[in-house]
Design a binder for this molecule. Sequence first.
Ligand SMILES: [Zn+2]
Length: 152
Amino acid sequence: MNPKYTCPKCKASMSLTTLSKEYPIAGAAFAVTMPAYVCPEDGTWIVTNEVSQEIDRRAVRAIATQGPATGKTLRYMHGFLQLKGTELAAMLGVAPETLSRWESEAMPLNPLAWVTVAAMVLDKLEGRAVTTKQLRASVGGERSAIPIEVRL
Ligand SMILES: [Zn+2]
């Protein structure tokens, strides 16, 4: 239940504590409080993959909700969506090169594209696909033969 970790630097036994650290995620400042294994000798700290993934989920939610809207945060959100560059670019109606230039900050990003990707991130966190469906609908095409049902 409480695995033992040895320090990768000095091999001392690490102990589980609650650690607060300030560090940037996708270029944005974060103050993270997390369970971590800390070396009593040199302060080296590590977190489990589970904790690391949960930090990512919380960070991507915070970024999608409040920004900052930058190329770095766009790239971070893109990574969370696990979509190929070509797939996401097509959904946004831009060339893959354009998406790549936004993410590398070689070109000012389109704020509406950032907001769209943020909405996709929040959808994924909630287990729904509203924005993806809206994007498909916005490029037209598939019209259902079944009438849209409205019940009061
Ligand atoms: Zn150590």
